[in-house]
Every structure is written in C-alpha cells, then in structure tokens.
Design a protein around this ligand. Sequence first.
Ligand code: DAH
Length: 345
Amino acid sequence: MSEKFFSEVDALLAEIESTNVSSTEELEAFRIAYLGSKNRIKPLFAKMRDVEADQRKAFGLLLNKTKQRAEEKYAEIEKSLSQNNRAQEGAHIDLTAPGYPTPVGARHPVSIVLNQIVQIFERLGFQVVENREIEDEWHNFTALNTPEDHPARDMTDTYYLKFDPSRVLRSQTSTVQVHEMEDKQPPIRIISPGRVYRNETISARAHCQFHQVEGLYVDEDVSFADMKQVLFHFARELYGEGVKFRLRPSYFPFTEPSAEMDVYWGLKTDEDYRMTKGTGWLEIMGCGMVDPNVLDLCGIDSEKYSGFAFGMGLERQAMRKYKISDIRHLYENDVRFLRQFKSAF
Ligand code: DAH
C-alpha cells in the first residue's frame, strides 16, 4: 500500500533532478511547480496519514529531501543565470559610443591672479597672512596715520557698523600691516590677500566690495630701491617680460614717500580711453616707504628699522591681465564668461 506513495515521491524527485532549466522563464516555471504556494510536493505531505505507521518516518524524510533538492536546484540555477546575464550585458557595451560629457569647472579669474601673486611673492620669501574684515578705527585709520578729518573716514566712503559705530568693514587690507607690526618685530615680510569694502557707486571701474593684496617688508636698511626691485620683478612675472610699467609720485597718509604703479593698457579704442581715463595707463597699486610715524604707532623702532608697503586691487590685476573692461563681469558669475578662464593655477 505504502509503496505507491514512495514511488510517487521518487518519480517527482527524479523529475526535479532531470528538469532542464536554461532561462529565467523556465526557472519561474520550476519555482511555481516545486516551490510555489500550489507546488506539487505539498499534496504528497497530505498522504502521510495513509502511509503505514512504521514507514511514516522514512516517508517524511523522503519528502523533505525532495523539497530540499528543489530549493537547492532553484538557488543554483538562479545564481548561474544572473552571472550569465551580467556577462551578456558586458558583451553588449559599445566601446565606440561617445562618452557622456562631464562638466568641468574653471577657476575664477580673481583666484587665478591671486594664486599667481602668492607664488611670485612666496618665491621672494614673503609669507601669506590674513586678518579680520570687521575692524576698529585704530587699525583701519588711526594707526595708519590717517588724520581725524581725513575724507576716507567719512561715512560716504567707509561702511560703519550700525550697532557699533566704532567698527568698520575694513576699507583696505593695510589693516593687516598694523596687526602684524603690533604682534611681531622685524624682519617682517608678508603679503595679505582679502576682501575690502567701500561705499562706492557700482560702475564699470568700481565696486563696493572687492579684493586687495597688501604687502609689507620691514627690516634694517630697507630702501626705496629695494621696493622698486621687488615691484618691478612682480610686474614682469605677472604680466610678462615685455610689459611697460612706471612708478608715479603719489600720496598716502601711511607712506612717505608714496608712489603709484601703472601698467600700460593701450590707447586705441573708446574702451581704452574709458578704462585709462585717456592716458593709456592703468593704475595697479599704491606703495611707498612706511611712514616712521606708523612704525612707532605700531611699536617698531623707526630709528632702527625701515620698510616699504604696497597694496593692490586683485580685480584690477585680473582686468589688466585678461583685458576685462567692466569689473561687474567678475561678480555676475555668468558661466559663459567664467568658462574662458581655464588655468593651471
Ligand atoms: N591702502 C591703499 C588703498 O587702499 C593702497 C596702499 C597704498 C597700500 C600704499 C599700501 C601702501 O600698503 O603703501 O588705496
């Protein structure tokens, strides 16, 4: 009586072993037949009660073995099919298809010239230092020998903080000179890049927020000739050997004597006239010998030490280098403009 049931299960096990499965569709059919909720092994479990008592255990073991083989076979085939699929996908990659373009950014022209300037001065032994953008009047004006009634102190030139009118948004990076001399004794050789703020009407030549790089060199026996050498070297490095430049006498409260440096721009187009106020020259920095008063105010012995200082607008350098004739291009972040400045710096 029981033999019939045993041979039914044997037949099913043999069928499971011999079923050929070579596609995902066939695998699904296999799953439904032997592992699904209405699989063909299940009804045989119900036959258990018809099996003679002393054979039930063996019958149960045979059923479980059948079920387990179905599960194992399913897992094996699923694994090998998915490996095959992956290999197939690889076989279909078209190596000649054009790639997807990856958008590559470009450095901002102000960053490019800043990096170049830093490299030039670092090679001369200058160190980069930075300092705060919110300053007191002492660091922005008084220690820099700026008289109480100087027009630069006026609210129309400098931004004073509303909640603390003794503080300003620094209008020049010369403030860093003061910090540096207050904190250290010579030799001092620094450049200091940073943002500055001025209450200016925005135009093609001016902005209310821009960047400067300040330079300061204080030691024994520093002369105007040293300054000229350093600044001429700088101009040739940044603008190229053939560049025309000149120093012009000028005035700043914190230097004596003072000068301004111009680089030749050109004088052909209307734009050249506008950019250079009809002279062909673009002013790129102020400079001079640090006024002994400033040295003394900052705690440096002006009998023993002398120094030179300079300050330049970074936007100005970028404008001259790339012949950009409107400072506003540098702030609008139009990608069509920015994309033109691919650089190694
Ligand atoms: N601070 C000046 C300005 O913003 C630039 C300047 C001139 C800086 C002469 C200096 C200097 O250090 O010596 O216009």
